[in-house]
Design a protein around this ligand. Structure first.
Ligand code: ADP
Ligand code: ZN
Ligand code: ZN
Length: 734
């Protein structure tokens, strides 16, 4: 076999290099293209990797290479440019390239299964189905909804489209199929035309039009769309996306994790037509994968999804939008710790297309880039449709008697709001019933056995739950220390506030929105639907309630407690607090009715709080940026965090000490090393944790250091006794 090329394969494994194989027996390497999956022997097992390149000189004796088992795809799943982006990302974030590429694949493909067919079933009404009188079906509302939906479609609907609109509908579909009212046909999936698109019911306003006009869809550019809450940023995205689609290209729209609601999906499908592929966790594995293929093959013209959608291969990419670009969910916090927002910028640059970063509360990094002229700054300063911004006021709660964290003034304002027929929204960023359970007699406090943390009480029934490791135990009515039965819970989470509210306002519907009430698929959408329909007048929740939602009848927003943000250990705490306040406040007075915002605080004179309330987010951000500059924190410097954890207390430190020594040697004085120090929560889930922070004024100094350093770390004996990870551009220090 003289001229056989060698296969260089990215294999998912915690190793930083790629692996070389001979082609499978009987396969000519010249017939292969990079981007196909390859099944290869690896260690004692088999792995599914992706062919990165074909090389003539591997540097190893070909006789020592093993042949791959088989080629799993007839055509590449990734174009070369998409592979190059993934390789770049692996290098930038110091994550094994095989795992990065596996991250970009749908689950089934990762496991080596054959791609699902893009042929898909489309459901249509039969003649019999068309004759059904819906009024006779009153007792089966789900069937009615389904029949109506199918009635309005001309080409029939896929299961994915049906579940996008209606949630879990498989059993209903089966029921009406049995009755002979609907039937399916297999069709080659085709979404390429923006068929079915409907115009907006309003006309785009001049500010929005100016923002659209400022974007050159023909070339690379980063745009910060800095628009106050309710200014109609989504309309700008929709218009740009449609322009891009009309020019024959694809648009990729990223939204924060909980921003992908049925309402938003419907809005996009309505305006951009059937070409919208949605990548959301509510879909089954196969449907999700089909949407992914539709994007990859260029059949889908718009891809809408959360963080991981960024890695979808798109042959005609012409626009990326990152909505709420400041949102933390764009940064993956484990495994491949990438920032989808930051890679979006790189991807657009490589592709030569624009990227829009939208927010009412831009991150300081992005704002800094806009101010220095690297990003173009587009502003929407007014609410669309003429609604006025809601004024913010501080409520001093020092020496005020609170009822589950609610001051008498706030309760009174809630009462007035409800009496006038409007909705009130209360924000508290803590779920559960109470954050502390203590013994009144001896002072014992319920703590997690595996973490340096207190257990949160859930349910008046009494389950203690650690929010850091997830361990649970039943609350024993007697104190484990002194045996008395005088245990008390202190402070409040959403559950306790809900309990008190239902006593104060027994006749009012209360919607509590937090991770516990929305765990089941579709439950968040149900609650949001209830809010829009007026079933609930009192809305209570964590940050899940703060983001992006449009509730026209909310006129009062009450913020129970944000003071932690003023004194947080993390230098980003104040930025996050300000973003949270502004985002929650943005839910008030979004339609014709004017709104107001009341913020309870024990530090009404704090200068940053004053600045935010009196002068707004922009003024706050300027000041916060000045502080960062003085301290040389990001965005005026760049950071990398090396974390280590182990059950043995001394192990992380031993590893980090060695890492430090070698790091200093390699860095030649161009990088600062802070630590090693114990993590803010030193013990978590039974492991001791510590970290070493690297900082430099130049990204390139860190990037130059990392490959050698990481290579050194992988070889350390002390590394085998810890779990360690590299976090480039860390967002959280915990
Ligand atoms: P943002 O994302 O900036 O907070 P949205 O895009 O959700 O704001 O828009 C807020 C509200 O304003 C929505 O109900 C939207 O339908 C409405 N809206 C957007 N643009 C216009 C416009 N040009 N005229 C009237 N209403 C508009
Ligand atoms: Zn006790
Ligand atoms: Zn714990």
């Amino acid at each position: 076999m003289p001229d056989q090329l060698i296969l260089r394969v990215a294999v998912p494994a915690p190793l930083y290099n790629c692996f070389d194989y001979l082609p499978p027996d009987g396969v000519l390497s010249s017939s292969l293209l990079p981007g196909v999956r390859v099944s290869v022997p690896f260690g004692r097992g088999t792995r599914c990797g992706v062919l990165l390149e074909l090389i003539s000189d591997p540097g190893t004796e070909p006789r020592r290479l093993k042949p791959a088992y088989s080629i799993l795809d007839e055509e590449p799943l990734f174009a070369t440019s998409d592979l190059e982006l993934l390789v770049w990302a692996g290098r930038y974030y110091q994550h094994p390239v095989g795992e990065v590429i596996a991250n970009a694949l749908p689950v089934r493909l990762r496991k080596g299964e054959p791609p699902v067919s893009v042929m898909e079933k489309r459901w249509q009404l039969t003649a019999l189905g068309r004759q059904q009188s819906l009024s006779e079906l009153k007792r089966a509302p789900k069937q009615v909804a389904l029949l109506k939906l199918l009635h309005d479609s001309t080409k029939g609907l896929t299961q994915g489209q049906i579940s996008n609109q209606l949630g879990a509908y498989r059993s209903v579909l089966q029921a009406v199929e049995k009755k002979g009212w609907v039937a399916s046909i297999d069709q080659a999936a085709s979404m390429a035309t923006p068929a079915g698109a409907i115009e907006a019911t309003y006309t785009i306003n001049t500010d929005q039009q100016a923002a659209v006009d400022a974007v050159d869809i023909g070339q690379f550019g980063v745009y910060l769309l800095d628009g106050v809450t309710g200014s109609g940023k989504t309309e700008v995205y929709l218009t740009l996306a449609r322009n891009v689609v009309n020019s024959g290209k694809q648009a990729l729209i990223l939204v924060p994790e909980i921003g992908l609601t049925q309402q938003l999906i419907r809005r996009f499908e309505k305006r951009l037509g059937e070409g919208v592929a949605v990548l959301h966790s509510g879909l089954g594995e196969r449907e999700r994968e089909r949407a992914w293929h539709m994007a990859r093959l260029g059949h889908a013209t718009v891809v809408l999804g959360t963080r991981s959608a960024l890695l979808t291969p798109l042959p005609r990419l012409g626009l990326i939008v990152v909505d709420e670009e400041h949102d933390l969910s764009y940064k993956q916090q484990d495994g491949f710790r990438y920032s989808a927002r930051d890679i979006a910028v790189i991807r657009s640059q490589r592709r030569g297309c624009p990227v829009i970063l939208g927010s009412a509360t831009p991150s300081l990094e992005t704002l800094h880039n806009a101010q220095s002229g690297r990003y173009k700054h587009l502003q929407l300063t007014n609410r669309a449709g003429g609604a006025k911004p809601a004024p913010m006021n501080l409520l001093d709660i020092r020496s005020v008697r609170l009822q589950a964290g609610l001051s008498p003034v706030l309760i009174e304002k809630v009462r007035e709001t409800l009496a006038s027929g409007n909705q009130a929204l209360l924000f508290i960023n803590r779920r559960g019933y109470a954050p502390i359970v203590t013994c009144h007699d001896c002072g014992w406090i319920a703590e997690c056995r595996r973490c340096d943390a207190r257990m949160t009480l859930h349910g008046a029934s009494g389950i203690l739950w650690c929010h850091h490791c997830g361990s649970q135990r039943r609350l024993d009515p007697r104190c484990p220390e002194c045996g008395t039965d005088d245990l008390r819970s202190l402070g409040q989470g959403t559950e306790r506030v809900e309990e008190v509210l239902s006593q104060l306002f027994p006749e009012v519907g209360i919607a509590r929105i937090d991770r516990d009430t929305t765990r089941r698929k579709g439950s968040l959408d149900k609650l949001l639907e209830g809010i829009r329909k007026g079933k609930y007048s009192l809305l209570l929740g964590t940050q899940m309630l703060a983001k992006g939602h449009h509730f026209p009848d909310v006129t009062l927003v009450g913020i129970l407690d944000v003071d932690q943000g003023l004194f947080g250990a993390d230098y980003r705490a104040a930025e996050r607090m300000a973003q949270q306040i502004v985002q929650v406040s943005g839910r008030a007075g979004r339609a014709e009715k004017p709104g107001r915002v009341l913020i309870q605080t024990r530090h009404p004179d704090h200068p940053m709080m004053q600045l935010l309330i009196k002068s707004g987010y922009r003024a706050f951000a300027e000041e916060a940026l000045a502080e960062r500059q003085a301290a040389l924190f990001p965005p005026f410097s760049y950071q990398v965090l090396l974390r280590a954890e182990a059950p043995l207390e001394s192990a992380p430190r031993a590893f980090l000490d060695e890492a430090y020594e070698q790091g200093i040697l390699l860095a030649n004085g161009r990088v600062e090393f802070w630590g090693p120090v114990p993590a803010p929560m030193e013990r978590r889930a039974g492991r001791y944790r510590a970290h070493l922070l690297l900082q430099s004024n130049q990204r390139s100094d860190l990037q130059r250091l990392l490959p050698q350093w990481v290579n050194f770390l992988s070889g350390l004996k002390s590394a085998r006794r810890v779990r360690w990870s590299i976090d480039v551009d860390p967002q959280e220090m915990f």
